[in-house]
Design a protein around this ligand. Structure first.
Ligand SMILES: *[C@@H]1O[C@H](CO)[C@@H](O)[C@H](O)[C@H]1NC(C)=O
Ligand SMILES: *[C@@H]1O[C@H](CO)[C@@H](O)[C@H](O)[C@H]1NC(C)=O
Ligand SMILES: *[C@@H]1O[C@H](CO)[C@@H](O)[C@H](O)[C@H]1NC(C)=O
Ligand SMILES: *[C@@H]1O[C@H](CO)[C@@H](O)[C@H](O)[C@H]1NC(C)=O
Length: 458
């Protein structure tokens, strides 16, 4: 210790300290060098702890790797063990989320609220980007202290530039809007740079998620923007196999369906009321699907369903839009959920919320929140090549275990899990998103770096 009494560096430190003291004050030199040594010790200790824990994390084969260059290969970390008890423990209002802290960036309105001038923006099937943002703003996990936050939510609405021609969202500007937002936050705050975006969260609620294109070929060709590759993307797109459009840390989320519309439908048609339609589908169903760059809409599955079962008394198949179709779902036993361009569809959410057994026809689909929603107990899955046998398959279920499936499906906890409420409710879709994020806390800089002092000092 005696050799360190006047280390060379203490001079520099002393000069630095002098600036902080008023001219009249005599700087307490001995004390300073004591503190200097003390802080060096603390720094050394924190660093060793940090390296030790990150060694533990990276060397454990069951844990997701933490180094940035390998993280992009981890697409479906959904496979982490998830406490099933989540949906059952109603004890604490925040429960498993009580340690989670989320900072929500406040961006200029052109990135988000500006688009709400169009009423559809907050209500259409891609509106989870709006709903999650809104719910986070009032949620208890929101933190106003970014240095305390585990995750950083970047609220950019990219789905609300509705085409004047066909009314569909034009998402051509999505990439530039997002990278502009990232530039902004990385210039104005230190948090993006310090983690290279690893703890930043985005929503991509379109057909092929973060690839931002509605046709699979084009989506794959474009890929996920480089700027998002390190981050966490909440996306509606999900398949169980590897796919370039989920080659990013992600959480599969349900498409948006207005909880108010579901509630008002259920007032007239409760889940356990009469269901006089046996098998229901309403939506785009081409008799002669067009060959668009080598692909057919719905891989012709919808066309096959129509050709085979239109005219079958048991099937109620409609090809035209009708605003009251939720009433039809609420009066149906089975609701067909075939793929469209992408595997997912809002019918999944509507069927579950309204108690109609979803019949999922979309090979390889990765269903939202599959670790808490017991999909195999509440739905049927039919392979695309088996649509011709739909009648027989449904008959068998109706004769055997239909009431078991309905009982599971009608459990309020199940029906609540896929809906984004304006204000987060226990067990709802925003809640499930946060539960999924809490399983990714190894990405939190706060947790990852191990020491709060270290962060604010450097
Ligand atoms: C909205 O989409 C159109 C194409 O449909 C495009 O020309 C326009 O630039 C987009 N608007 C914005 C603000 O990105
Ligand atoms: C983050 O990095 C970028 C690019 O290197 C730089 O332009 C920006 O100023 C940095 N932001 C902060 C807050 O230092
Ligand atoms: C669909 O179109 C592509 C060219 O875009 C062509 O190569 C393919 O043979 C067509 N398929 C069918 C079944 O017509
Ligand atoms: C119902 O029966 C089918 C076979 O007919 C089976 O695949 C499915 O897992 C069963 N579902 C439940 C919830 O028991």
């Amino acid at each position: 210790m005696s050799e360190q009494k006047k280390p060379p560096k203490s001079r520099v430190f002393f000069v630095g300290m002098k600036l902080l003291h008023k001219p009249g004050n005599k700087p307490p030199q001995e004390k300073n060098s004591f503190f200097h040594t003390y802080y060096k010790w603390l720094l050394w200790l924190s660093l060793s702890l940090y390296f030790f824990t990150s060694y533990l994390i990276t060397s454990n084969p069951n844990t997701t790797p933490t180094s940035p260059d390998t993280s992009s290969h981890v697409s479906n970390s959904e496979s982490h063990a998830v406490p099933r008890a989540l949906m059952d423990s109603e004890t604490n209002s925040l429960g498993v989320l009580k340690n989670l802290k989320m900072f929500v960036y406040e961006l200029p309105p052109k990135y988000n609220t500006h688009w709400l001038a169009n009423k559809r923006c907050g209500n259409h099937l891609f509106a989870s980007e709006v709903a999650i943002h809104r719910a986070l703003l009032t949620s208890e996990v929101r933190s106003f202290h970014p240095y305390e936050a585990d995750f950083f939510f970047v609220p950019v609405y990219v789905s609300c530039n509705f085409s004047a021609v066909n009314g569909f969202p034009a998402i051509g500007h999505a990439r530039s809007l997002i990278s502009s937002a990232v530039n902004l936050v990385s210039m104005e705050y230190p948090f993006w740079n310090r983690s290279k975006g690893r703890d930043h969260v985005f929503v991509a609620s379109h057909d092929f998620g973060a690839c931002f294109h509605s046709l699979e070929d084009a989506a794959i060709a474009d890929g996920i923007p480089q700027i998002l590759k390190n981050s966490i993307v909440l996306q509606t797109f999900g398949v169980v196999h590897r796919h370039p459009c989920q080659d990013v840390e992600n959480v599969v989320i349900p498409p948006y369906v207005s909880p108010e519309s579901v509630r008002s439908t259920l007032e007239n048609f409760p889940v356990n009321g009469p269901r006089e339609i046996w098998a229901f589908f309403r939506g785009k169903m081409e008799l002669h699907p067009k060959n668009i760059s080598g692909r057919f809409y719905s891989k012709r599955v919808r066309t096959d369903i129509y050709r085979k079962f239109n005219g079958d008394r048991r099937f109620y198949l409609q090809r035209h839009r009708f605003s009251g179709y939720q009433l039809e779902i609420a009066r149906s036993v089975f609701c067909l959920c075939p793929l469209g361009w992408a595997p997912w569809s809002p019918r999944l959410v509507e069927s579950v919320a309204l108690g109609c057994v979803p019949v999922i026809i979309a090979d390889g689909i990765q269903l939202p929140f599959s670790s808490t929603v017991r999909w195999s107990k509440i739905s049927l899955t039919v392979a695309e090549r088996d649509v011709g046998k739909l009648g027989k398959i449904l008959e068998r279920v109706a004769a055997t275990n239909l009431s078991d499936i309905q009982r599971n499906l009608w459990d309020p906890r199940t029906r609540r899990a896929l809906l984004f409420n304006e204000e987060m409710e226990y067990g709802d879709a925003t809640w499930q998103v946060l539960v999924s994020l809490s399983e990714k806390l190894h990405r939190s800089y706060r947790t990852f770096s191990g020491s709060d002092e270290l962060q604010s000092d450097t």
